[in-house]
Design a binder for this molecule. Structure first.
Ligand SMILES: NC(=O)c1ccc[n+]([C@@H]2O[C@H](COP(=O)([O-])OP(=O)(O)OC[C@H]3O[C@@H](n4cnc5c(N)ncnc54)[C@H](O)[C@@H]3O)[C@@H](O)[C@H]2O)c1
Length: 369
């Protein structure tokens, strides 16, 4: 989660959703898909993953559509259909809706075959991976989503000079307690780039451990990232603290999401000449969307759901070390989403102005200094 600093305003969730939908429809995305894409984008603001919410509309999705790097009216094409698994070409469709539709396809195939795997090339940025994985959990299934970042290179191997991979998000979701699914949703680098940019926009230093310069030394100035003077570290941070595991997870995502379908990959021989600075573009992203139907697998309807409830209730009931209760991934995001659906979504005032300048109509419910 990203903490919002400085003046904020609160806007109604329904208005934020419809305004983003109207904006995308105004750029040629078919209306129903524009609303689905808006739901995926606003999911970031609802759940507190605001590095991947409407903050990215002006920075990422509008430029993608305006430049033609994402095609508003693209229709994904099935390149191979084996029943339980499919290869799709998203043909530069907006990843926010296309990944959601592909997960729904994986769920439909899992209901028929026990497992549904949709492997995608030609994709664009899908936003929060967890939004798409949670669609499977909502249907009572286990969902796995992985995305590489095309040919965008942001982080290098621990101890290696050139940047070779992107922030490669990974999500696993499953039914757990009622209204509180398990949704692990994370970048495999220590944070995603959006968290660094949010810190830069708020004028705050980032904690030691997020960024390093080309020599591997710690950087805390978030603006150094967009200047090309810093790159992200992997989960774990330093090799002594497990960075090889984060790097290994990043490579596993590259393999599952991009090598399998034949999408663009970060590690290409030309990248070895890099000086450690981030480089490359996130075109031709690869995705893995996997759904597993536990009832078909176990052949005892409800057995998995009962066992899952017990596991996650045990985690929830774990005695805490301090004041903060113990919760599992996805819990706080669901709490925040319920609260913000009912009482409004907080946005930095500067972001609200930026969205208004883009033409979004977003009446302010409350303003806080
Ligand atoms: N599309 C892309 O290319 C891309 C790249 C990187 C990240 N992302 C997205 O960015 C978003 C943010 O990623 P992030 O790595 O900053 O996530 P994060 O660090 O905020 O959270 C990571 C995970 O930890 C869990 N968690 C956090 N605090 C917890 C607590 N106190 N108790 C229990 N669980 C807790 C969360 O539920 C989440 O599953 C994600 O939606 C991710 O998919 C997208």
């Amino acid at each position: 989660m990203t903490a919002i600093a400085g003046p904020t305003v609160t806007v109604a969730h329904s208005r934020l959703h419809s305004a983003v939908g109207a904006f995308l429809a105004g750029h040629g995305v078919p209306e129903e898909r524009a609303l689905l894409a808006a739901e995926a984008l606003v999911h970031g603001d609802l759940t507190g993953m605001d590095s991947h919410g409407v903050f990215n509309l002006a920075r990422l999705y509008h430029p993608l559509l305006a430049s033609g790097r994402a095609r508003p009216d693209a229709e994904p094409r099935i390149a191979n259909d084996l029943g339980a698994c499919l290869l799709l070409d998203h043909r530069r469709a907006l990843g926010l809706w296309a990944a959601a539709e592909s997960m729904d396809l994986a769920v439909a195939r899992a209901r028929r075959h026990g497992v549904g795997l949709v492997s995608v090339r030609g994709a664009t940025h899908l936003g929060c991976a967890g939004f798409h994985a949670a669609r499977a959990a909502r249907a009572g299934l286990v969902g796995v989503v992985a995305s590489n970042c095309g040919g965008q290179r942001i982080a290098g191997p621990p101890g290696g000079r050139p940047a070779l991979l992107g922030t490669n998000p990974l999500s696993v979701a499953a039914p757990a307690l009622p209204e509180r699914p398990f949704v692990l949703d994370m970048s495999t680098t220590v944070v995603p780039t959006g968290r660094v940019r949010v810190a830069a926009a708020n004028g705050r230093e980032v904690p030691a451990g997020w960024l390093e310069n080309a020599d591997g030394a710690t950087v805390t100035d978030p603006a150094a990232f967009d200047r090309g003077d810093a790159r992200l570290r992997w989960l774990g941070g330093t090799p002594e603290n497990g960075a090889h595991k984060g790097f290994g997870l990043g490579l596993a995502v590259e393999l599952l999401a991009a090598l399998l379908p034949g999408a663009a990959v970060g590690p290409v021989p030309e990248a070895l000449a890099g000086d450690g600075r981030p480089h490359g573009t996130d075109d031709d992203i690869g995705l893995l969307l996997l759904a597993i139907d536990p009832d078909m697998l176990r052949a005892v309807p409800g057995a998995f759901a009962d066992a899952s409830r017990s596991v996650f209730a045990t985690v929830r009931d774990c005695p805490p070390l301090g004041e903060e209760p113990v919760r599992y991934p996805g819990w706080w995001e669901a709490e925040r989403a319920a609260e913000r659906r009912a009482h409004g979504v907080p946005l930095p005032a500067a972001l609200h102005s930026e969205l208004t300048e883009l033409g979004l109509e977003l009446p302010v419910l409350e303003a806080h200094r």
